[in-house]
Design a protein around this ligand. Structure first.
Ligand SMILES: Nc1ncnc2c1ncn2[C@@H]1O[C@H](COP(=O)(O)OP(=O)(O)OP(=O)(O)O)[C@@H](O)[C@H]1O
Length: 531
């Protein structure tokens, strides 16, 4: 894998979604304390504020937070998707990495945003639908391979949600520094309905248990990873493969263990969930430090190891923070808001992932043969146009072919490099001939059109002149009947010398003369082009 050259700093995008207040909260007598003020701002009121408390009287009752985008209970799944994730798709199919993760306390709508329901599908399915559409639109020139895997991290262990029987899987770092889950099932279907079924089925495999805050609380972090490999259909010396990876993550609830009244197993989970989230928080803290000098420890948890590229490295990343609007959730909402607020300072450096796949020697030979044919065809075309014989003895292509025939496998690196260089030269020459030929053809056509236009002006004039002469003769004949003999002797005028050629016709004659000159110059230029 190498740098794609284009690399730029990118701020982590932070969105906030405030879900609708629910029945339980209303029954408990909660009031709404989180309000969306405009497209980016949310205000959180402190429900404990007592107007009679003199000590606190001077403190503000509310705190406002500004994010890249803010949603409240009126936002549809489509709007949330469009304003957070849709814009990442183009990058992913062009070889950039992207990550979207849902963060927030339990029961605040993370799974609703990411997976959604059959009737209100979330970000996963909308992204995949648009991704396949975008691929279809460009698949005339490009060849794509899409694969997906769906996993959970539960108690610091990784499980395959598409095939849980595989047991616990390990994280591995490959030679290019990319973190992979060893042995995970990769699916490569592009049927959106099938994918939704797979995800729904996979989500049922997620470790879910009721907590005091959510009846079907997801105790794990769920990760949907989509890999798009793209290569051009046009044959070239080196085949460039672009690899874009998209992570869509539904994190486990960020609540404190004590708040969900969890004991025993739930407490242990809480500790593990919090270990991952704590590590995530520490990474976010370190990354958001101005100046960026602080050491970032990704190795503290599986989640941060997997998200290393997404947070601090090569990825466009979107965080969607979730809160409840209820007064009973004030503490959690405030924590979530300040966590999300800090994340706004994170910058990532995005680069396109390029992979160069060199052709095998047999393919080089076949490219050389193709090139030879192409050059031969071009030479014939130039000959057809009445050009001189092309100088072929010195053709680089022949030298290349001679080289190829001379050497048999195995090729060492030096020889391969030389061949590659010669091929590139031959490509350039071929392009140059094409370009010159096209220019000549277009000049030739222009001259022909110009000449025809001038000939038309002259032909029109000749017609007009003949018409005038005929008219003059008719008049003369008529007059000769009625006029006396004496008059017959009088001056009849000079028929043709009276008809003066208009200046545009004279100009057309001059232009034709000049164009003939141009044509012979063009012919001389064509002669100069030699392969
Ligand atoms: N924007 C919303 N509109 C309508 N219903 C919502 C919305 N957000 C959440 N809900 C509902 O609230 C409940 C809890 O949401 P969800 O399961 O998505 O929370 P969660 O944050 O994923 O919780 P956990 O961390 O425990 O898994 C669900 O019944 C869900 O349908």
């Amino acid at each position: 894998m190498k740098d794609g050259g284009e690399s730029k700093d990118q701020q982590l995008t932070v969105a906030l979604r405030v879900r609708p207040i629910n029945e339980t909260e209303l029954v408990e007598g909660a009031t709404i304390i989180a309000h969306k003020v405009n497209e980016q701002m949310v205000v959180l009121m402190d429900p404990m504020e007592d107007p009679d408390d003199i000590l606190r009287a001077n403190r503000s009752r509310e705190k406002s937070y500004v994010f890249d985008v803010a949603f409240d209970y009126t936002a549809t799944q489509e709007t949330v998707y469009r304003l957070t994730t849709k814009g990442l798709i183009e990058g992913v199919i062009s070889g950039y990495n992207a990550t979207v993760f849902a963060y927030g306390p339990t029961g605040c709508g993370k799974t609703y945003t990411m997976l959604g329901t059959d009737r209100e599908p979330g970000i996963y399915i909308r992204t995949l639908n648009d991704l396949f559409k975008a691929i279809e639109e460009t698949s005339d020139d490009m060849e794509y391979e899409v694969s997906m895997c769906y996993m959970e991290i539960y108690n610091e262990m990784i499980r395959d949600l598409l095939n849980p029987s595989l047991g616990f899987l390990d994280l591995r770092e490959d030679s290019k520094g990319i973190i992979q889950v060893a042995g995970i099932t990769e699916v490569s279907t592009i049927n959106a309905k099938e994918i939704m079924q797979l995800l729904m089925k996979g989500n049922k495999q997620r470790t879910q248990e009721p907590t005091a805050a959510n009846k079907t609380s997801s105790r794990s972090h769920a990760i949907l990873q989509v890999t798009v490999r793209q290569k051009s259909r046009v044959k070239n010396i080196t085949q460039e493969v672009r690899v874009g990876r998209l992570f869509m993550i539904d994190l486990a609830g960020s609540e404190r263990a004590s708040q969900t009244q969890n004991r025993g197993q739930r407490m242990k989970e809480g500790a593990h969930i919090n270990r991952s989230l704590l590590a995530l928080g520490n990474c976010i803290n370190a990354l958001s430090e101005r100046g960026g000098n602080k050491y970032v420890n990704y190795r503290d948890s599986k989640l941060t190891r997997l998200l290393k590229d997404s947070l601090g490295g090569n990825s466009r990343t979107v965080m969607i923070a979730h809160i409840s609007p209820a007064s009973s959730a004030f503490e959690e909402s405030r924590n979530t808001l300040s966590y999300a607020d800090r994340a706004k300072n994170i910058k990532t450096r995005v680069k396109r992932n390029l992979l160069n796949v060199s052709y095998h020697i047999a393919q080089y030979t076949s490219i050389i043969a193709d090139l030879r044919n192409e050059i031969h065809r071009l030479k014939e075309k130039i000959d057809e146009q009445g050009l001189m014989q092309m100088r072929t003895e010195k053709s680089d292509i022949r030298n290349i072919q001679a080289e190829v025939q001379l050497h048999t496998l195995p090729y060492d690196r030096y020889e391969m490099d030389q061949l590659r260089e010669q091929l590139i030269r031959a490509f350039r020459e071929q392009m140059d001939i094409r370009r010159q030929l096209m220019e000549l053809e277009s000049n030739h056509m222009e001259i022909q059109m110009e000449t025809s236009r001038h000939f038309l002006i002259i032909a029109d004039w000749e017609q007009e002149k003949n018409r005038r002469i005929r008219k003059w003769r008719d008049e003369l004949r008529r007059e000769s009947y009625v006029k006396e003999d004496s008059e017959k002797d009088s001056d009849t005028g000079d028929d043709q010398s009276d008809i003066v050629e208009p200046p545009e016709v004279t100009l057309a004659r001059e232009n034709i003369y000049a164009l003939v000159g141009d044509q012979s110059r063009l012919r001389r230029q064509k002669v100069i082009i030699k392969v």
